[in-house]
Design a protein around this ligand. Structure first.
Ligand SMILES: Nc1ncnc2c1ncn2[C@@H]1O[C@H](COP(=O)(O)OP(=O)(O)OP(=O)(O)O)[C@@H](O)[C@H]1O
Ligand SMILES: [Mg+2]
Length: 265
């Protein structure tokens, strides 16, 4: 085994997926997709709507078994591996009938942690992210940015070493988005997490990532990979946006995505 293979924490091997549709038969969603993610890397995936990005996350997290191919996490088939992957889903809504701390403790509850342990760990995390005073509040009383922070904490609290984030900032206003990008980037780097982020925002992908993967339209496969590394170089997503190479990456990725202005992407 070579050095790179040892440091790959996620390996997507030749994955294809089809969904059965009663009217149109079998729909190919992913086609022979291969991708390796290295330890402590921050990788973003951009691609047209319907390219199969969320489906890919469902497969990497082990929620969905691919029609063909396999996913290895730390060299082990995902179906045999547990606890390594934390997944913040695209519509990762908080349960409105649960308080913030009860929402945060959900993953721990599923893992069978005792209530006292859930409360203690939950409070500890909320304190770290400045949300302790909202522990007993209901999600409806929080701002959009706070709700996303709570959903993010819920993903972190079980301490996975690989984090999948599916459009975590898409519902937020631009300013809140920039603040959260910076905050989440520094937390994840500090804790040495491996991160894969799906986003429609090309600028966000460039500003946050070591590498950006561009997917083709459905059936999705890897079209191009860019070594960006501006956030690591500058230690900040905001400062990465000011780097002169930011625009070059933007232009190249925009071309790859082949977005037709005036037509739906
Ligand atoms: N459970 C399912 N059953 C049938 N078809 C599905 C299912 N889930 C997704 N699809 C279809 O698979 C394709 C890919 O969906 P997916 O949600 O993975 O795309 P996406 O790249 O995440 O899109 P978006 O950027 O809009 O979130 C779409 O055509 C979708 O309608
Ligand atoms: Mg999606």
């Amino acid at each position: 085994m070579n050095q790179n293979a040892i440091r790959d924490v996620v390996e997507v091997r030749n994955v294809s997926h089809f969904f059965d549709n009663p009217e149109s038969g079998s729909i190919p969603v992913l086609s022979k997709l291969s991708l390796r993610i290295r330890q402590q890397e921050f990788v973003s995936i951009v691609g047209p709507s319907g390219a199969g990005k969320s489906t890919l996350f469902n497969i990497i997290s082990g929620l969905l078994t691919p029609s063909e191919g396999s996913v290895l996490v730390h060299g082990q088939d995902i179906r045999q591996s547990t606890g390594h992957v934390g997944y913040m889903m695209q519509k990762d809504l908080l349960f409105p009938w649960r308080t913030v701390i009860e929402n945060v403790g959900l993953g721990l509850e599923i893992k069978g942690a005792a209530k006292s342990k859930r409360k203690e760990l939950g409070r500890d995390y909320l304190r770290r992210y400045g949300l302790e005073s909202f522990a007993d509040a209901y999600p409806s009383t929080l701002s959009g940015g706070m709700r996303q922070r709570v959903a993010f904490i819920r993903t972190l609290v079980t301490n996975p070493d690989i984090i999948l984030l599916d459009e975590p900032f898409s519902a937020l206003d631009y300013q809140t988005r920039l603040v959260l990008e910076e905050e989440i980037l520094s937390v994840l780097r500090e804790q040495g997490k491996t991160v894969v982020l799906v986003t429609h925002d090309i600028g966000e992908a460039i500003a946050m990532s070591d590498r950006v993967v561009v997917m083709s339209k459905r059936p999705g496969t890897v079209k191009q990979i860019y070594d960006v590394g501006l956030a690591a170089l500058h230690g900040s997503a905001l400062r990465a946006r000011a780097d002169h190479r930011y625009n070059d990456f933007f232009e190249a990725i925009w071309k790859d995505l082949d977005i037709q202005i005036g037509r739906e992407a």
